[in-house]
Write a protein that binds this ligand. Structure first.
Ligand code: AMP
Ligand code: MG
Length: 540
């Protein structure tokens, strides 16, 4: 692709305006009303909106690498034009802000119209490599889709989105990204535990970035409302703009498109499972049509490996969105999307092919990922049992997922002396991964480790190459829930050094960075049941 300009520009430099575009707004049917009062909106894909001003926008964080991709230079000061734009106090010439209309299945049930209740896309921008991105504010005020809520976001949830989306990007997981974090200077009232004790918290706005924020729910609302002309318009726009490699829209291309969405979704979820990420609210309105991780709310990272773990207190009872069910739920969501696209893809077998490809791509991607995580070459059918047995054994005693896999590269792959049956050399390198404090910690893993070492010897791979390959598949640093909370607490107290350090370490999650070892430690006991460190509500 052509590189358009090497030098990034200030956000408010009027020359940057030449890179703004508004293809979504230009192409798709718009709500004729321009009020932000909550209502049911019909026969359109979006509503024009304006951010609501905030008291004193102040830039708290900025992502240079993403700014470079977009051709936007880091603002020189924490206040001023860029903070005003990303705080919602100023719209630049060429921006046409809108809130998208979408619906969704929430916790398994059709929920009707939802829409961007507090997100607003300011504009699209054509980046330095000619790619198209949406600049979207989250927390910029009410829209017609806000229902009874305030359109705002609190600092803690904004930090969590900023931190985690960037961490996911550097882990290699498909995701939306975050360019800026702005404190608004306004208080936002939230009942964090849903126990009647609402409290004022500092408000903030993230500017998030993706080629598109279109969700499964944008299509679902149109089909459920029997707005089939609009459905076709949105599908054609999406394919033409975001899947041009598939060709001009036609019934055959719609089917290929669905299969491609299934493929991308499979890879996204397989990647979540590879790194131990739990989204927490996999409603169909939170599923990106581009297969990106989207809407960071009550997400969490596995500490102890546990297929049943969910970070979302709202889901604690049903555990619909727990770690182990994510692949199954992604497929359920794709079936809802298949229903929404069925007016365009009437042949069921086309839709079934897409769903089948979800299963195949997921299985293949996971197989490759597990081979790399375990450092095994040329996987065969027998290895499947080895992998499955590990997943069950890991759950028997609380074992940190990230540390276990990272430390596995230290287990010596040498012939085991069966006579002495001394397992300590196998278990010792893993000790830091066990939450259980006893001499027996990890003993239950020894039969599995025996099999593993015997199997790994068969590859006869150079130990240095093997370790490098494993380290590229097993991150040392993830955005552990308690680390995010410590960064938030510091920021609220006016100290941005904690978040800055964390952001920079998480940009190289597979590197050793020994000077930051403490950020790779297992969760301390004080964080086990502390709010924000183990479980979160949706109140953000
Ligand atoms: P979520 O569970 O965060 O994906 O949100 C579900 C729906 O609620 C979406 O339509 C959001 O836009 C909307 N929503 C969530 N929080 C707020 C808020 N504070 N103000 C307005 N709408 C919100
Ligand atoms: Mg959402």
């Amino acid at each position: 692709m052509n590189t358009k300009s090497l030098a990034a520009l200030d956000l408010c430099d009027e020359k940057l305006g030449a890179n703004f575009d508004n293809s979504f707004v230009r192409t798709l049917p718009a709500d004729p009303l321009r009020h932000d009062f909550p209502r049911q909106v019909r026969n359109v894909c979006f509503s024009h909106v304006q951010p609501t001003s905030v008291a004193s926008p102040r830039l708290l964080a900025w992502t240079d690498a993403l700014g470079d991709e977009l051709g936007i230079r880091r603002p020189e000061s924490a206040t001023g034009c860029a903070a005003d734009v990303f705080g919602g106090n100023k719209i630049l010439p060429g921006m046409q802000p809108y809130a998208a209309r979408y619906g969704g299945h929430q916790f398994g049930n059709w929920a009707g119209q939802l829409g961007d209740g507090r997100a607003m896309t300011l504009t699209e921008i054509i980046g330095a490599q000619n790619q198209r991105y949406d600049l979207q504010l989250k927390g910029a005020g009410r829209t017609p889709y806000s229902r009874t809520a305030d359109g705002r976001a609190v600092l803690r949830s904004s930090v969590r989105e900023f931190l985690c989306s960037e961490a996911m990007h550097h882990l290699g997981v498909p995701t939306t990204r975050a360019l800026s974090l702005v404190a608004t200077g306004d208080a936002v009232v939230r009942d964090m535990f849903y126990d009647g004790n609402a409290a004022a918290e500092p408000g903030a706005i993230v500017c998030r970035v993706a080629p598109s924020f279109i969700r499964f729910g944008n299509f679902e609302i149109l089909t459920w409302s029997d707005e089939l002309d609009e459905l076709k318009k949105l599908a054609d726009y999406t394919i033409t703009t975001h899947f041009p490699e598939l060709g001009a829209p036609s019934s055959e291309v719609y089917a290929k498109w669905f299969e491609e969405i299934c493929r991308r979704t499979a890879i996204m979820v397989a990647e979540w499972m590879r790194v131990g990420f739990v989204h927490g609210v996999m409603n169909t309105d939170n599923m990106s049509i581009l297969g990106l991780t989207i809407d960071y709310g009550p997400y969490g990272w596995l500490e102890g490996y546990d297929l049943g773990w969910t970070p979302n207190t709202t889901d604690a009872e049903g555990r619909r969105y727990c770690f182990g069910r994510q692949p199954e739920i992604a497929q359920w969501n794709l079936l809802r999307l298949a229903g929404a696209l069925s007016p365009l893809i009437p042949d069921r077998t086309d839709l079934e092919r897409g769903i089948r490809s979800f299963g195949n791509v997921y299985a293949e991607h996971t197989r490759m990922a597990m081979g790399d995580k375990l450092g095994l070459l040329n996987l065969d059918d027998n290895d499947e049992a080895l992998i499955e047995d590990l997943m069950t054994t890991l759950q028997e005693q609380e074992t940190d997922m990230t540390l276990f896999f990272r430390l596995l590269a230290n287990v010596p792959i040498v012939p085991i002396d069966e006579k002495t049956q001394d397992d300590s050399a196998l278990i010792a390198p893993l000790r830091r991964a066990f939450y259980v404090e006893s001499d027996d910690a990890g003993k239950h893993l020894s039969p599995w480790l025996h099999r593993y070492v015997v199997r790994a010897q068969r590859d006869a791979e150079n130990p240095v190459t093997r370790r490098e390959r494993m380290n590229r598949a097993n991150p040392k640093y993830v955005a552990r829930n308690y680390l995010a909370q410590l960064a938030i607490d510091a920021l609220v107290a006016g100290d941005s050094s904690v978040i800055n350090r964390l952001v920079s370490v998480l940009q190289k999650p597979y590197d050793d960075q020994p000077e930051h070892d403490e950020l790779a430690a297992r969760r301390p006991e004080w964080a086990r049941h502390k709010a924000g460190c183990s479980a979160l509500s949706c109140s953000s």
